[in-house]
Design a protein around this ligand. Structure first.
Ligand code: 3PG
Length: 307
């Protein structure tokens, strides 16, 4: 019987694992589960003999792929696949996929949860501010950006977006003002919610020039990858501008500096929490399992991300 491994350092909700197991078993595959592993050796041992593998942010590098001698397909249950070594997958004839859109609403809801928390001074008893009427910039209008826009309308935010890969007409039709450049987005908006992927072009791209151009009362909300941020530059802007608030789903490398100097002006999650809902785990996990089965049984390559 062919095996499908679920390897999650940060486990899916129980309900999601049980639904993934139903899909896998009803298609005649065996489910292998490796959760909360703490060493790479455990992952290297678990991948032996499996045909398909579902992961989250788990690092799947050439060494892991080498150990997975029977592996045909690895699916990142989620959007960002910067944790997969795509070249090594291609070199070994392994298909790599993601499950776009499946966890996007969870990430978008977290954006607003964190914004409100910071706008109300961490619920510390003092008067905060309201989101209504402020300008929100959506940096990249993909799946998460679209959910953010939808929720933002309920909050009465004025919406702007920049995405060089999405036509301005699509953005306009959604009731959002499309802007011509990333510079214009940051210059215009009090709040910017980041939804760009981590690529060679985007890494470190959110820098001092952009952040220092934001209007008074600025808030940067990063539920994308921390690698897209120039973390030293954010620290510099925090020092120069007492109005600046930084929210990040996962702490930056220089977290200790923020803690030492800027108490109450930042919010960092201890682990990446954007996709940590039962619904997102079910959507992404079950989609990943179905994609593996369709590929192994019928060669379906939808959502393949490697060459
Ligand atoms: C994604 O890229 O889908 C999100 O960052 C979620 O990552 P996670 O599955 O590791 O929580």
């Amino acid at each position: 019987m062919k095996k499908i491994l679920v390897a999650t350092d940060k486990p899916f909700a129980k309900e999601a694992v049980s639904l993934i197991a139903d899909v896998v078993k009803s298609s005649g595959f065996e489910l292998v589960l490796l959760e909360k592993y703490t060493t790479k050796a455990e992952l290297l041992a678990a991948v032996k003999g499996v045909s398909g593998m579902i992961v989250r942010s788990d690092i799947i590098d050439a060494e892991v792929l080498q150990a997975a001698s029977d592996l045909k397909i690895v699916v990142r249950a989620g959007a960002g696949y910067d944790n997969l070594d795509l070249e090594a997958c291609t070199a070994k004839g392994i298909v790599a996929m993601n499950t776009p859109g499946q966890n996007s609403n969870a990430v978008a809801e977290l954006v607003f949860g964190m914004m409100v928390y910071m706008a109300r001074n961490g619920f510390n008893g003092t008067s905060g501010i309201e989101l209504r009427g402020k300008k929100l910039g959506i940096h990249a209008y993909g799946n998460v950006g679209q959910y953010v826009a939808e929720i933002a309308k309920g909050f009465g935010l004025e919406l702007y977006a920049f995405d060089p890969f999405v036509s301005k007409d699509i953005i306009k039709k959604a009731g959002i003002t499309p802007l011509d450049s990333v510079e214009e987005l940051y210059k215009t908006c009090h709040y910017v919610s980041l939804h760009i992927p981590a690529t060679a072009q985007t890494k470190q791209s959110i820098n001092h020039a952009l952040l220092s151009s934001m209007p008074q009362g600025a808030m940067l909300i990063n539920t994308a990858r921390k690698e897209v941020i120039n973390e030293a530059d954010v620290l510099k802007v925090m020092a120069e501008r007492p109005d600046f608030i930084y929210i990040s789903d996962i702490a930056p490398d220089n977290k200790a500096d923020f803690e030492a100097k800027f108490a109450n002006r930042f919010l960092f999650t201890p682990k990446k929490m954007g996709a940590q809902t039962e619904e997102a785990n079910i959507n992404a996990g079950v989609a990943a399992a179905k994609q593996i089965i369709s590929y192994i049984n019928d060669g379906v390559e939808t959502y393949k991300v490697n060459k």
